[in-house]
Design a binder for this molecule. Sequence first.
Ligand SMILES: Cc1cc2nc3c(=O)[nH]c(=O)nc-3n(C[C@H](O)[C@H](O)[C@H](O)COP(=O)(O)OP(=O)(O)OC[C@H]3O[C@@H](n4cnc5c(N)ncnc54)[C@H](O)[C@@H]3O)c2cc1C
Length: 363
Amino acid sequence: MAAIDRYYPVVVIGGGPAGSAAASILAQHGVKCAVFERERFPRFHIGESLIPDTYFTLKRMKLIPALQRSHFVKKYSVQFVADDGRLSAPFYFMQHRPHESSQTWQVLRSEFDQLLLYSAAEQGAQVHEGCRVSDVLFEGSRAVGIRVTGCDGKVHEVRADVVIDATGQSSLLMHKLQLKVPDPVLHKGAIWTYYQGAYRDQGQDAGATVVLQVEGKKGWFWYIPLHHDVVSVGITADFEYLFSGRGVDHGKIFEEELQRCPAVRDRLASGRRITRHFATRDFSYRSRQAAGDGWLLVGDALGFLDPLYSSGVLLALKSGELAADAVAEAILSGDTRSDRLGKMGSGFRARHAADAPPGMRIL
Ligand SMILES: Cc1cc2nc3c(=O)[nH]c(=O)nc-3n(C[C@H](O)[C@H](O)[C@H](O)COP(=O)(O)OP(=O)(O)OC[C@H]3O[C@@H](n4cnc5c(N)ncnc54)[C@H](O)[C@@H]3O)c2cc1C
């Protein structure tokens, strides 16, 4: 791994989809940047179902051929099951928009994220794994660099003209600058696990995401077929409903919810659970501000709403792409003030407000 320099024009904190998109596209612009990622890849992550619009940023990242060659399950559609068991007709993306992008993928995030991050490195970004950033350094209101612990355990101060925060739900800068606005309506939680050998549809429907409502519309399950005959299955519901007064055993709560959703219970009957249960809560929030002098937020570090639409990776990739374009332009012009970097925010809102599913608010 390359030594950590004392200065880079751009530092990206976090090597998930948002950080990798930003780093790849900065490298393509010829802007030198370094990514600092606290984990060593491959690392586990939730968020396995892609949606068609991810194609366009993945194409800019030069990743479509690798994805087409990969063993990731091809996804052509999504299907809904009501709480009384009624099955909707599959929604085939191709019928909505006949384009290559209408076939997307169900991805194991450990493998997918590694593909993205290492591709950014191949394109010229300097990637430092196992390096936790503990702080963003400011002079007045301007971000001027980061403090990072290298994999040798030494603390480095690294200067940068622009710091891109792609730290996901850790949201380093959002917390430091107290920009977090929790969403009081979407006060949600999720519990999920993985099965092998469970029911799979056949043919074109084999890769469909199935969204199944729990009895009394209390929440919904996702059912996502992955490769190696594995299914990702999880419930999302209001925080109070899922966790309050129900003890700390997430496996027990998950099993109780399965009994309230026979359509999922029946699909899992032939399979066996192969991991523990995972849980997360309070994941719906946004930042009051997307950029400042010398800094930007992308992906979940900027905000996250609800997994229902499988839009998290799309928004991470797209915000990373738009940030990279805005930062490259700012670096070339020598002006990295808030107004210049903030162009990314308005572009992001404008491009996605039109495409947003009904009821989905765009930051
Ligand atoms: C229950 C649930 C289900 C979901 N399902 C889907 C789905 O089906 N489809 C979908 O598209 N999205 C889904 N999402 C959302 C998706 O997981 C995220 O939106 C997406 O991972 C965001 O990408 P990111 O790059 O912003 O952040 P991340 O993928 O979280 O990457 C952030 C990276 O930053 C690193 N990092 C954090 N702090 C530091 C630090 N201090 N120093 C250095 N590195 C650091 C982390 O290790 C991590 O690798 C789901 C989310 C939840 C909660």
